[in-house]
Ligand binder design. Structure first.
Ligand code: NDP
Length: 326
């Protein structure tokens, strides 16, 4: 049977993405072959495409997240069986495909209440929110929190989950429409940072005190303002670079601004252990099944249109989650 995947042969813009026929081998020891029904689009795919983050080699099939059914298992696989519905949000790259090989210990069985499309739209972004707000800096009820790009994929899940915890959610967004979207998903104070100074607004909202934690996936454009929003001994969680990477930083700044903490975490390190992966996924399934978090699939493309999906994501035209359908 002919399979298809979206590959890059060299780093570059969206035009580097090429929809091609590919062979999918039988699974080896510890591996499964997946028949994929939905693929998640994430900003990290852009970093892999441009070369900001390394890929294992070229040509390379992009993508970190998908859902589908186990079509075959190799020797020594005990975690899943053929026919199981599963999803994943992890390397190795290769999710932009209708079928692929995955290590069996990186896939997560899906409960009946979660559809393949929902899973593909939320595993990576949702487990990211889980580890950021529960493990990197455990947010407590009543705490004011600043979350950048609040109407994005990670952002909309974060607003809802933080709201369910009882935090005061302050979120930045690129337009007034996005402010409405964020507000409708639990963001108490959306700030249109393309029109107003978000640092001043955060100080105003917190009565001059600042926030104990900033979650910053925007990077270069917000870096300095984010540090200025923190109260004494606050935590800067820098987890992405949608506007470009922060390349230079003097740790003395942390002292000057009030003995701040800085961390640059990744989902991979918080789900490297299989039990951590399952715990994170189950916490996400729970908040979704309770209705605390609704996963908004606001853009759907066919897999062959991956280049257009990248253009829209980079042009800030998307909100919530995006999936690609093989
Ligand atoms: P989003 O859906 O949030 O899309 C990115 C958003 O960033 C845009 O919609 C836009 O929102 C905002 N943005 C601000 N400046 C720019 C710019 N110059 N160019 C493009 N976008 C900009 O993406 P994801 O939810 O997939 O990811 C959000 C961030 O989280 C990314 O940086 C991603 O890499 C990071 N991430 C990190 C993980 C980790 O473990 N470290 C795991 C998962 C994601 P607006 O218009 O409102 O400003």
């Amino acid at each position: 049977m002919t399979h298809h995947a979206v590959r890059i042969h060299q780093h570059g813009g969206p035009e580097a993405l090429s929809y091609e026929a590919v062979d999918v081998p039988d699974p080896g020891a510890g591996e499964v072959r997946l028949a994929q029904t939905a693929v998640g689009l994430n900003y990290i795919d852009v970093y892999h495409r441009t070369g900001l983050y390394p890929v294992p080699g070229l040509p390379c099939t992009l993508g970190m997240e998908a859902a589908g059914t186990v079509a075959a298992v190799g020797p020594d696989v005990t975690d899943v069986c053929p026919g199981d519905r599963v999803a994943y949000a992890a390397p190795p790259l290769g999710a932009y495909a209708d079928a692929r090989i995955m290590p069996a210990d990186r896939v997560v069985p899906l409960p009946t209440g979660i559809s393949d499309r929902q899973a593909a739209a939320m595993m990576l972004q949702g487990m990211t929110v889980e580890y950021l707000i529960r493990r990197v800096f455990p947010v407590q009820p009543g705490m004011p929190v600043l979350f950048h790009a609040a109407a994005g994929g990670v952002g909309l899940i974060a607003c809802q989950w933080l709201n369910a915890i009882g935090a005061t959610v302050i979120g930045t967004v690129g337009s007034r429409d996005k402010a409405d979207t964020a507000r409708a998903h639990g963001c108490h104070h959306p700030i249109v940072y393309t029109e107003e100074d978000f640092t001043e607004r955060v100080r105003e909202i917190t009565g001059g005190e600042g926030v104990p934690v900033v979650y910053d996936g925007v990077g270069a454009a917000t870096w300095d303002g984010s540090l200025a929003c923190l109260r004494r001994r606050g935590m800067m969680v820098s987890f992405g670079n949608a506007s470009g990477a922060v390349t230079e930083f003097n740790p003395g700044e942390l002292a000057k601004r009030g003995s701040l903490f800085l961390t640059r975490p990744t989902l991979m390190d918080y789900t490297a252990d299989r039990q951590d992966l399952l715990d994170s996924a189950n916490a996400l399934f729970e908040v979704v099944q309770r209705g605390d978090v609704v996963v908004e699939i606001n853009q759907t493309y066919s897999l062959s249109e991956a280049a257009q999906a990248h253009r829209d994501l980079e042009a800030r035209r998307t909100t919530g989650s995006t999936i690609l359908l093989p």
